[in-house]
Every structure is written in structure tokens, then in C-alpha cells.
Design a binder for this molecule. Structure first.
Ligand code: PXG
Length: 464
């Protein structure tokens, strides 16, 4: 709790004076003043001016059980009272970390019996690189160093995470990627699939992995990492043919498959993990965000038996770990979060009720003059803003990117009580998994209102 009462302007001035925000143009924000979010309940947020917002981004893809869940609050309080911290180095452990490891083995696919805990998704992916290279060392193939990933994938913001990720603007700052990481194009049909059906394109895009493996040398490639559905890249749902073909290629060349489930894990796609939705059998799986619904930071890597067996039986010491690996408070909150998800059948609700309803809503939005392609998977969805809807394949004519039409739309969303993200001209959502079918309809109404306001605004500017 803060100890002082301040006005919005006070908070903005203090914020600008002292707080360097992530992924932010500091000067531009200081000029404009940040939005101060003060309170949350269920799927709603309130700012310091008392405005209510429908949080269709679940905080930052994480508050899956919604705000104000007493069971998580109680779990944190009880654990902080009993034992706020102890480490898991030096042959020690704590009961919440052990119980969470057991529960994770239960809710993840059957190949996963072990977990390595970290503090975030980025740290989890750092662990992935260390672990993958260690695995191949122990297998007697130390030359297998190269990890392949995709352009416009997102895997975090540490040196390792940003290197695995395919955001060129991130690579441009700080001399990235680090050595031994290489990228292939993303399975984005709108960008690369002209003249092909989605299924044809899915096979072609997976083929880029095989081409890259042959180019690098099959005996040098250690692993392939990808998000089942790209999140930060713009909710890009790959064609159904893509992931099974990726799995086939990884199997053929003996390459480890890593599923980055930081966003898609814990129910987001209508199964516990996105790999189940996409039909892959990953060897490693990064998680964070939804494991605690973001109430406290926790991340980690699920380690499949293929890798775990080698690390355990042939390993000796694995020289890696974080102070907060297995933090007892974070693990206690994760336990409460996963139990709540089970009690409330959240994954089943996304699969059978809210997910299909959201899919129908996004399909119906295609009648709007500004909307080209729409995509959804469970409770994540995207719509592409277009200048004109020519043709029949949903491509339409894009806006000039310099106009930043997505940001115009985003402004109308914030101004009318809706948090919806813009990735270029692609508007994306990932609402809390606790939302009801009625709230999906409420969200649909808000989105349509904001699209109408955006259209009127663009017409007034003469951009459409
Ligand atoms: N992998 C994936 C797939 C992610 O989405 C990370 C790793 C890194 O997690 P940490 O906990 O280190 O942030 C993420 C994080 C956005 C946005 O703009 C997305 C993320 C983080 C910040 C912003 O959509 N995803």
C-alpha cells in the first residue's frame, strides 16, 4: 500500500521524475503523463480518475483468474507469515516449491515430470539455452549449439530472451543476438502466404525450418523454440498444418523442441498448454505469467523426460540457478491459482464456452468496414485494421504504417473503457479466463463501439 494520498497529476510528475518504464520513450511519456492504474476487480480496472476499464489484456497476458481472488491473496499472506523466503540451493527446499513441482507434473503433458524454477519468462528462456547446450554436451555432441527461432517471435528481454526473440528493433540495441541463435520467418499467412491456402502455407512455413537446419548443418542444431501462438508479435495463429510439420522435422533431425508457453500456458488456448492445442510433444516448455496469474512473479521450464534423464543420470552439477528459483511465496500463490483454475473449470470454460463465443464475435466483426482478417484461439484474438476490403481472402488494403492507425484505435479504446493492444495495425486481446459469456458480449459491444469511433475519426482525417 502507498502511504500518501496524491492526485493523478502528482503521480504523473513523480513517475516522470524517477521511474524509467519498460519499452517506453521516456521523454514522450513524461510529456503526456502516464495512466495511473489503482485498483482491479474481476475483469475490470480503475484509474486514479475513477475511470473503469475492461481489461481485455489480462494485465500483460497474465491475470488469468482476474483481479481480487481471495484464495491467492490468502495463500501469499499465509506463506509470508510462515516463511517469506528460503532458497533451494545447497540441498534445501521448501514445501510450497515441492508441492508446486508435483502439481505442475500433473497438469502438464505426460512427458513432463520435472521443473526448473525461475523468476520470469525471460529467465526461463535463459535456463532453456543453458539446459539445451548442457544436454548436448552430456550427450557427447557439444557442437550442437545453435538454437533456431522465428522472426517476430517474442521470448523476453534479457540478453538471451531478446536474442531468441525475433524483434529486430530489440536486436538493434545492445549488439544482439548473442552467438549461436538463428531465425526463420514466421508462419504469418497475411505476410507471406499470398496465393496459397492457409494449409499449404503452413507446410511451406514449416519447411523453412528444414531449410535452415540444412543450411546450418543438422549436427550443429540443438533446438527449435517457438510460441504455439505468437502473442506479442500480434496474436498470430499459425495454420493447422504448421506445428505437426515442425514436430516431424524436429523428430527427423533429432532436434529438441521448445514450446514457449509463457502466454499460451495455463488455459489461454482452451487446453492447459498451447502445445496440446497445436499437437506437438515438446521436450522443454517455458512458463511464467499465468502460473500465478501475475499476482507475484514466477517463471520456469518444464523439463521433459528425454532431457531430464540425461541431466539427472549423467549430469553432475548443473551450474545454474537463481536466488528466487522456487520462491516459496510465489509457489504458494501458484498452487492456489492452479487449484482455483481447476475448481472453476476455467480451461474447460475457455474450450467449450467463452472461447467459441469469442471466436464467433471476432468472425462477426469482419462485417465492419475497417476489419480485414480476424483470428482467434481460445481467449486470444486479433483483428487487422484495413483501409479497404478488396478481394475475398481477408487481406484488404493496408493503411500506410506511418499513420499508426492502430494507435488511433487504441486511443479510442482507452477513452471508452477498454484495454485493447495495438501491434502495428493489428488489434489484439487476451482477456482474463474467468470472464463469462455475458462479458464476452459486453467486450464485443465495446470493441464495435471503438471501431465505429475509429472509423469516424479516420474519415474526419481523410485517411479512409
Ligand atoms: N516468452 C513469451 C512468449 C512472452 O510473451 C516472455 C517470454 C518473457 O517473459 P517476462 O516474464 O520475462 O516478461 C514473454 C513476455 C507485449 C509484451 O508487449 C509481452 C511480454 C512481455 C512484455 C510485453 O505483448 N511477454
Amino acid at each position: 500500500m502507498t502511504t500518501t494520498t496524491r492526485t493523478t497529476a502528482d503521480w504523473q510528475a513523480l513517475d516522470a521524475a524517477h521511474f524509467l518504464h519498460p519499452f517506453t520513450d521516456f521523454q514522450a511519456l513524461a510529456k503526456k503523463g502516464s495512466r495511473i492504474i489503482e485498483r482491479g476487480e474481476n475483469v475490470y480496472l480503475w484509474d486514479t480518475d475513477g475511470h473503469r476499464l475492461f481489461d481485455a489484456m489480462s494485465g500483460l497476458w497474465c491475470v488469468n483468474v482476474g483481479y481480487g481472488q481471495q484464495a491467492l491473496i490468502d495463500a501469499a499472506t499465509a506463506q509470508m507469515t510462515k516463511l517469506p523466503f528460503y532458497n533451494s540451493f545447497f540441498q534445501t527446499t521448501t514445501p510450497p516449491a515441492v508441492e508446486l513441482a508435483e502439481l505442475l507434473a500433473e497438469v502438464t503433458p505426460p512427458q513432463f515430470k520435472h521443473v526448473f524454477f525461475a523468476g520470469s519468462g525471460s529467465e526461463g528462456n535463459d535456463t532453456v539455452i543453458r539446459m539445451v547446450r548442457r544436454y548436448w554436451d552430456l550427450k557427447g555432441q557439444p557442437e550442437r549449439q545453435v538454437i533456431l527461432s522465428r522472426w517476430n517471435g517474442y521470448h523476453g528481454s534479457t540478453m538471451a530472451g531478446a536474442s531468441l526473440g525475433g524483434m529486430k528493433y530489440m536486436h538493434a540495441q545492445g549488439g544482439l543476438p548473442i552467438p549461436g541463435i538463428d531465425h526463420i520467418d514466421q508462419p504469418h499467412w497475411l505476410e507471406h502466404g499470398a496465393g496459397m491456402t492457409r494449409d499449404e502455407f503452413g507446410l511451406k512455413a514449416a519447411g523453412w525450418l528444414e531449410q535452415k537446419i540444412l543450411e546450418v548443418g543438422p549436427d550443429k542444431v540443438a533446438a527449435f523454440i517457438g510460441e504455439p501462438v505468437q502473442g506479442a508479435g500480434g496474436v498470430i495463429v499459425p495454420p493447422a498444418t504448421y506445428w505437426p510439420e515442425i514436430q516431424r522435422i524436429c523428430d527427423q533431425y533429432g532436434i529438441l523442441l521448445v514450446s514457449d508457453e509463457v502466454i499460451t500456458g495455463f488455459g489461454r488456448t482452451g487446453n492447459w498448454f498451447g502445445c496440446e492445442t497445436m499437437g506437438t510433444r515438446p521436450d522443454l516448455m517455458t512458463f511464467a505469467k499465468g502460473v500465478t496469474s501475475g499476482y507475484v512473479p514466477l517463471g520456469g521450464v518444464m523439463v521433459g523426460e528425454r532431457v531430464a534423464k540425461v541431466l539427472i543420470e549423467q549430469g553432475g552439477e548443473f551450474e545454474h540457478g537463481y536466488t528466487y528459483s522456487g520462491h516459496p511465496v510465489a509457489c504458494a500463490v501458484a498452487l492456489a491459482n492452479i487449484r482455483l483454475m481447476r475448481e472453476q473449470r476455467l480451461v474447460e470454460r475457455v474450450r467449450d464456452e467463452t472461447g467459441p463465443r469469442l471466436a464467433a464475435v471476432f468472425e462477426s466483426l469482419r462485417d465492419h468496414p475497417l476489419v480485414g482478417e480476424t483470428q482467434s484461439c481460445g481467449l486470444m484474438a486479433a483483428l487487422q485494421l484495413v483501409r479497404a476490403k478488396d478481394g475475398t481472402d481477408g487481406r484488404g488494403t493496408p493503411f500506410d504504417p506511418a499513420l499508426e492507425v492502430g494507435m488511433v484505435c487504441r486511443g479510442h479504446c482507452f477513452g471508452n473503457g477498454l484495454v485493447m493492444r495495438a501491434v502495428g495495425d493489428r488489434m489484439i486481446i487476451a482477456p482474463p479466463l474467468v470472464m463469462t459469456v455475458e462479458q464476452v458480449d459486453e467486450l464485443a459491444g465495446l470493441i464495435r463501439l471503438c471501431l465505429d469511433l475509429t472509423l469516424a475519426d479516420l474519415q474526419a482525417r481523410g485517411w479512409v
